[in-house]
Design a protein. Structure first.
Length: 110
């Protein structure tokens, strides 16, 4: 449900809600619905769940979390190779210094 379809994701999600509501009014079965597309920040998940309530049960995100994970992985490898990028050096030189809150969730640098 990307913008390339010509309809913005929020419009598609709104249509989905309208269709689900019609089915509910007719006492038809409605499976748990999932939406995806256009979500880049965590708050978008809550907005999507609120806008789709009570039908939407899951929000899919791919691009944003994968991009964040890949940046973290790239910086982690740079730290291992002792070649921390200049724009990162101001935060430290070790994983514990740079990824300051990550250690509170458990160390799994594997």
């Amino acid at each position: 449900m990307m913008n390339e379809w010509g309809v913005p994701p929020v419009e598609l999600h709104s249509l989905l809600h309208q269709y689900a509501k019609r089915l509910a009014e007719k006492k038809k079965y409605i499976p748990a619905l999932a939406v995806g597309g256009g979500f880049t920040f965590e708050d978008g998940i809550f907005k999507a769940l609120a806008l789709g309530a009570p039908f939407v049960k899951l929000v899919g995100m791919a691009r944003a979390p994968i991009a964040a994970a890949m940046v973290g992985k790239t910086i982690g490898k740079a730290i291992d190779n002792q070649s921390v990028p200049v724009y990162i050096e101001r935060f430290g030189h070790s994983k514990d210094e740079i990824f300051v809150t990550a250690s509170s969730y458990g160390k799994n640098w594997g």
